[in-house]
Design a protein around this ligand. Sequence first.
Ligand code: PFF
Length: 460
Amino acid sequence: MSDPTITTPSPVDVTGEARTGFSSRLGFVLAAAGSAVGLGNIWSYPTQVAENGGAAFVLVYFILTLMLAYPALVAELMIGRYGQSNPVSALEKLPTNRLWQPVTRLSGFIAVLMICLIFSFYSIVGGWIAGFALAPLFSLAGLNDAAQWLETFSPARNLILAALFVVMTLSVVNGGIKNGIERWSARLMPLLLLLLLVLIAMVMTQKGALTGLRHYLVPDFSLINTTLALNALGQAFFSMSLGVGAMMVYGSYLNKSCNLPVVAFQVCLVDTGIAFLAGLLIIPALFVAVDLGITIYTPEGQLINSDTLVFQVLPALFNGLGTLGIPVALAFFSLMTIAALTSSISMLEVPVSCLTERAGMPRKKAGLLICAGVCLVVALITVWFDPLFNGVIILTTHYAQPLDGLLFCLFAGWLMGRNRKLNELRQGWPEAENSLFWAIWPWYIRLVCPALILMIFFMQ
Ligand code: PFF
């Protein structure tokens, strides 16, 4: 006779430990939105907006997010939740024909490798930002030399601060899904929103802000071209953490009773919403800086590069605010550190879940091993900074993310079969079969998404 107190066991990894997931839908949305909202929103998106003609870029970015990134996000979450395992194993389970297994497995391994590389360059930038957040505190304590060291480019600073950022990420991921990732995302995401709103309100009161607002919100359609579209596509995939397994692994921890297209839409909404707000902060801030006599365009009329923008123009702007400048700088760089941290934890979770589930390694040991490897890559990048830093960014965000994202759409579209997709949807949405979503999405990810991604890619 069966014991009524025994419920269906959750899947176990090879260590025999049960897999725990997010405790609530809100917890999942905050964690997944935390992964999505990061330096991509607060640093890269506003810079791309400023470099690509303001509102014209915003428009194309929002359209591509809705048309390509959203359907691809549903596909990744579905693959993860169907597989109930790390991305490599989840991808392995997709094909019914074994001949395809090496292909899907390989795409999983590439995703894991790419996310480790993303984690490496992200830690370097995260470290700089943490340094800029700490510097005002050091100045207040009278430690001016230390504050200057934190803000000045050097291989030693880059390496030490990146290692600090990696350790912060590791300490969250060590806590596991519920007590680490979910708990910290739920604390940090509302704080991030609050800081963002306070900073926007502050910048809007400054002279020059309205010119920036106009640049951000009034589009000049003649600026739309294929380069702009490719940049917007890369930005959309990077911002939604697609193509490298992060959303897949979070999907695998998502409760079966959740409605996948709805939670994906909520994540999308939070991500684009925060990006939009970050634009409302940074673009007017740039024009306030111009008003204060700070240069933001080169003599050729091009926006100065993005590092200079965040690490020179904004601090100069904060200095211009007088005594208010110190708390504002602290708030701004803390905001960026929080955003970076909620993203980096999703990056580390991908290789950690693979090592714990596929190799039977305890979570803490797996985290330590991956972080040691990442620190090694960081050290290489800091030594050969110029070629490696940009090279790794271009390889991962311009090529790997859109192309692996395209493969995941094809796998979900062609290898997963209609019935398995429908069953997965129905678990959280019993009426899914009669919905408009179900009428469109399956062929959309089979044909339209891959074709559009390839088209934008090859038109470039
Ligand atoms: N979405 C993050 C951002 O906008 O900064 C970056 C990111 C996180 C990329 C997780 C990839 C990833 F797997």
